[in-house]
Design a protein around this ligand. Structure first.
Ligand code: ADP
Ligand code: MG
Length: 610
């Protein structure tokens, strides 16, 4: 007498199988992940039953998950000692889509006020087996003492059969008869387990050897984790032998259940290689990998982060492609970004010098965020750091600190682009600021100006390039030249220079320098002009526009020039040209300094002849 029962799959299951096999999954290997997480679920449930004092069949069986491959027979077998399934559960859980085992279990857990760690609503998980198997056999023995074993068999097409299996050990054994030998190869399976299931909380053995070794630290409480464990974990996820500079371990329940363990590497790989790097944060759902180096988890400008994000709210069986543009991912991105910005701000306040080291490595990413991401601009701007005229060399200030020091008379935030501090302090553009004691940010990176241009203002105060600042020296110091003389000298210089210069004006901002060039285009600064020249960009403002020249009426050299032009016009012309070239050199705008060498030599000759 045959005891085999034949069952047809529910219509939805048949559809589901078709969907799973043909469209939803692109990576067949994830069937390993699915079956292992089911085994881990079942084991976790059993563990809970143990603690709740339920009567359990074979109570002392070790809680391990074993995987065995047989490349001769082309099979792979997953065995667990979890809670197993009864005859009815096999039908409900593996034969109907409306199975609610996990759901019901979760409710039980909630009722018992214990925390549910591993209970999922993994819709199609088990059926992933049919992506690679032509036949699946499930042996199961429930933990309930009065039960017996059952075998469930299916080819994933016509339906399934169930028959008694007599006495079995507690738990479930799933045998996949594979279409291809690939997944019956131990090395291949080891690689897959390590990739997706390395953090599963029960030992996973492959052909008798333990495979998963690293703990899912992010799910533990901070107080239970040693610094050494954190360090080891970082080495594992960060592929970095140096210790990380910062670490953030946090969990949130609302609006999303998220646990994250994030690190900032001590060194910027990007600066080292001059190549844009990819974010190395892996996305997990309950310790099971969903996507490595998950795209879209963070904004681009946080690509220096490494670590793990785990969200229980993620559907486990979703393809990577679908994941990337899901609204859920955007929500996670939002929550994480806000948290990371807050975290960096706190770190900066806790230890400014450490933060400076961070900024020296990864500041270019923060700047990129300021320039491109208007939705976080205000928070990002607070994270910027720069040297300024009020800091010591090598020390920085933030924008909020700058603003807090602004005197009443100062309405704008000023910055000066220079190759280094010495050049900034010696810059003619800096003179008026030194005199007025207005603080100026010293910016040394070529992209800084672009960042400032995009930021435009901070705390409702305009950001202004020093050379564009409309500032005058406070009290008109008695000039070496009278107003009239200065004006006439300016005219003379303009006549001498002709087309090379735009306007020549009497400066109200210079103290120590004889002259300075100022871009005649209100939008342009000399450094931008320099960059544009370098890139030879077309379509931008015309590069033929001449810079204006401002001369300093308080400078004795100009007073002498004013005198000499009445007695030695040729010498005065040469000196005027040299003053202009010197100003161009100071602004970094002189194309080829060799052109002025002949003039210099002639001037030296005249000097020595005296
Ligand atoms: P999910 O895991 O999301 O519930 P699956 O399709 O992966 O969905 O599994 C369906 C159900 O089958 C599970 O909820 C569980 O009740 C049952 N099941 C699957 N594998 C096992 C197993 N190894 N041990 C016990 N029950 C299992
Ligand atoms: Mg599952």
């Amino acid at each position: 007498m045959s005891t085999i029962e034949k069952h047809a799959f529910q219509a939805e299951i048949a559809q589901l199988l078709d969907l799973v096999i043909h469209s939803l999954y692109t990576d067949k290997e994830i069937f390993v992940r699915e079956l292992i997480s089911n085994a881990a679920d079942a084991t976790e449930k059993l563990k809970f039953l143990q603690t709740s004092g339920a009567e359990i069949f074979e109570p002392d069986a070790a809680l391990t998950i074993s995987v065995a491959t047989d490349d001769q027979a082309k099979t792979i077998t997953f065995t667990d000692t979890g809670l197993g399934m009864t005859h009815g559960e096999l039908i409900d859980n593996l034969g109907t889509i409306a199975h609610s085992g996990s759901k019901a279990f979760l409710e039980q857990l909630k009722a018992s006020k214990d925390d549910a760690q591993l209970i999922g609503q993994f819709g199609v998980g088990f059926y992933a087996a049919f992506m690679v198997a032509e036949k699946v056999t499930v042996f199961s023995r429930s933990y309930l003492p009065g039960e017996t074993g059952w075998v469930w068999t299916s080819d994933g097409r016509t339906g399934y059969e169930i028959e008694p299996a007599g006495e079995l050990s507690r738990g479930t054994k799933i045998v996949l008869h594979l279409r291809e030998a690939e997944f019956a190869t131990a090395s291949r399976i080891e690689q897959i387990i390590k990739h997706y299931s390395n953090f599963v909380q029960f030992p996973i053995e492959l052909n008798g050897t333990a495979v998963n070794t690293v703990q899912a630290l992010w799910t533990k409480n901070k107080s239970e984790i040693t610094d050494e464990e954190y360090a080891d974990f970082y080495k594992y996820v960060g592929h970095d032998s140096d210790a990380p500079q910062y670490r953030l371990h946090f969990s949130a329940d609302a609006p999303l259940a998220i646990r994250a363990l994030l690190f900032v590497p001590a060194k910027s790989y990007e600066q080292l290689t001059m190549q844009r790097s990819e974010s190395e944060v892996n996305l997990y759902c309950k310790k099971v990998l969903i996507s490595p180096k998950a795209k879209g988890l963070f904004p681009e400008w946080l690509r220096f982060l490494k670590g793990v994000v785990d969200s229980e709210d993620l559907p486990l069986n979703i393809s990577r492609e679908t994941m990337q543009d899901s609204a859920l991912l955007r929500k996670i991105n939002e929550v994480l970004t806000k948290r990371v910005l807050k975290w960096l701000d706190e770190e900066a306040k806790t230890d400014a010098e450490k933060y400076d080291r961070f900024f020296a490595e990864h500041g270019h990413c923060i700047k990129e965020g300021v320039a491109n991401d208007w939705s976080h601009r205000e928070a990002l701007a607070k994270l910027l750091r720069a040297e300024s005229s009020h800091t010591e060399k090598g020390k920085t200030t933030s924008l909020p600190d700058y603003v807090s020091r602004m005197p009443e008379a100062q309405k704008e935030i000023y910055y000066l682009l220079a190759p280094n501090r010495e050049a900034a302090e010696a810059s003619p553009y800096f003179e008026v600021f030194r005199e007025k004691k207005f603080e100026v940010l010293f910016l040394y990176a070529p992209q800084d100006e672009f960042v400032m241009e995009n930021l435009r203002e901070f705390d409702k105060k305009r950001l202004v390039a020093a050379e564009k600042a409309d500032l005058k020296l406070d009290e008109e110091k008695p000039g070496a030249l009278s107003d009239d003389e200065a004006r006439l000298l300016a005219n003379f210089v303009k006549e001498t220079l002709g087309d090379r210069v735009g306007e020549v004006r009497v400066s109200k901002r210079l103290t120590g320098s004889p002259a300075v060039v100022v871009d005649s285009d209100a939008q342009l600064t000399s450094s931008m002009r320099r960059v544009m020249k370098m890139m030879n960009r077309e379509g931008g403002p015309s590069l033929d526009a001449k810079p204006d020249l401002e001369i300093n009426p308080r400078h004795t050299m100009l007073a002498q020039l004013e005198k000499i032009r009445h007695t030695d016009a040729a010498l005065a012309a040469q000196v005027s040209e040299q003053v202009f070239d010197n100003a161009l050199v100071a602004a970094g705008l002189l194309d080829d300094p060799r052109t002025m060498l002949a003039r210099m030599t002639s001037l030296l000759e005249k000097l020595l002849a005296k």
